[in-house]
Write a protein that binds this ligand. Structure first.
Ligand code: 5GP
Ligand code: MN
Length: 351
């Protein structure tokens, strides 16, 4: 039994908005991941099945690894089709914002959405959403935005519009945001939802292969290099650091998405409880963190790198050289030592 957790007044408000909406835009965060794409495409398909004129507009390109999702062909990529993106947003009488909590996470597209008069509906699972949304459906304790979308559809009595394509999309987001049901998935109801989605013949094994276990040989070699040559472990701090410069990435013909999942790997070592991965992009250093247990990398990313995310998976940006970014990492380690945070990690592990 899946408990209704969304306030019935919110459901009512959304039902009203949806009833009168004809042109709908659905968007998600920059560098869309499996959950961002799964939730936007799944919801878009439901709305189209209801007879709505719905479009997914994403801020930037869909990574190669996710282009297997059939509905991706219909996505409007704002950086590549600004006029069309702007037209769709201006023409929209309802805008869904999925898998992000602040318009800053959608870059230039955020400015266009901010100017629109259409009501904005947030469906998300990140902490502390901004106040720019007219309807907020935000559940940070849930696995994924896809799960929140499913629960929203259920409470709005719209599950009859789910078909195989919708089920595939929603499953992809739930699978990828939980590391194939490893973390953020320790409650029975998530499997009731999965059971329902699997009943649509979604071909779960194929979705896993495509979304989580397909890498180019260049990417495999890059990940091998990063782990063997560029991973530093700090056992006393329960920490690990991986850095990759632009030059190193180019050596392995880096394409966006090639380092997906790499940041999780050091957590396999029992002495590592949190990881920082620094990747040099065109004009900044992308910070990506993972942790286990109570250690909040979201706090670290918010405090030191102007970012955020979830307790155990977060990110941010660093503006400066790689050496300076590494210095910032050491500053984090020092601060954690002073606050005895690392000892707590040890304590947990040895308990
Ligand atoms: P990843 O490490 O896979 O890039 O991101 C993990 C999670 O961290 C994402 O799901 C997102 O919630 C968050 N995140 C990543 N980068 C940023 C960022 O620059 N700003 C904020 N606020 N969150 C981020
Ligand atoms: Mn997500």
């Amino acid at each position: 039994m899946i408990e209704p957790i969304i306030d019935s007044r919110v459901i009512e408000q959304l039902s009203k908005l949806l009833k009168s909406a004809r042109h709908i835009v659905i968007t998600c965060h920059l560098s869309p991941d499996g959950d961002a794409l799964g939730s936007t495409l799944g919801l878009c398909r439901v709305l189209r099945n209801m007879g709505k004129d719905a479009y997914v507009v994403v801020p930037d390109q869909v990574p190669r690894a996710l282009q297997f999702i059939p509905a991706v062909r219909d996505v409007v990529v704002y950086t590549m089709a600004q006029l069309r993106g702007r037209f769709l947003v201006r023409n929209a009488d309802l805008i869904f914002c999925l898998d992000f909590n602040t318009l800053r996470r959608i870059d230039k597209l955020g400015e266009v959405i901010e100017m629109s008069n259409a009501p904005r509906v947030l469906i998300d699972h990140h902490l502390d959403p901004d106040d720019v949304f007219d309807v907020k459906i935000s559940f940070p304790r849930l696995s994924s935005t896809c799960e929140v979308v499913y629960r929203t559809l259920q409470q709005m009595a719209l599950l009859r519009y789910v078909d195989t394509e919708v089920a595939q999309c929603l499953f992809v987001g739930m699978m990828t945001d939980t590391g194939n049901f490893t973390y953020s998935s320790d409650y029975p109801e998530i499997y009731e939802i999965v059971a329902h989605l699997v009943s649509y013949n979604i071909n779960k094994q194929w979705l896993y292969r495509m979304a989580m276990n397909t890498f180019s040989t260049d990417s495999l070699r890059l990940q091998g290099y990063a782990l063997s040559e560029k991973m530093q472990v700090f056992p006393e701090d329960g920490a690990a650091l991986i850095t990759l410069t632009k030059e190193e990435l180019e050596r392995f013909n880096y394409r966006k998405g090639d380092t997906e999942g790499l940041v999780n790997k050091p957590l396999c070592a029992p002495e590592v409880r949190w990881v920082m991965f620094l990747r040099e992009d065109a004009d900044q250093i992308k910070v990506s963190c993972r942790s286990e247990g109570d250690f909040s990398v979201s706090d670290i990313c918010a405090r030191y790198f102007g970012g955020g995310g979830h307790k155990n998976a977060a990110g941010g940006d660093f503006h400066g050289t790689m050496d300076e970014a590494v210095e910032a990492f050491h500053k984090v380690l020092d601060d954690c030592r002073q606050q005895n945070i690392c000892q707590n990690i040890f304590y947990k592990r040895n308990k």
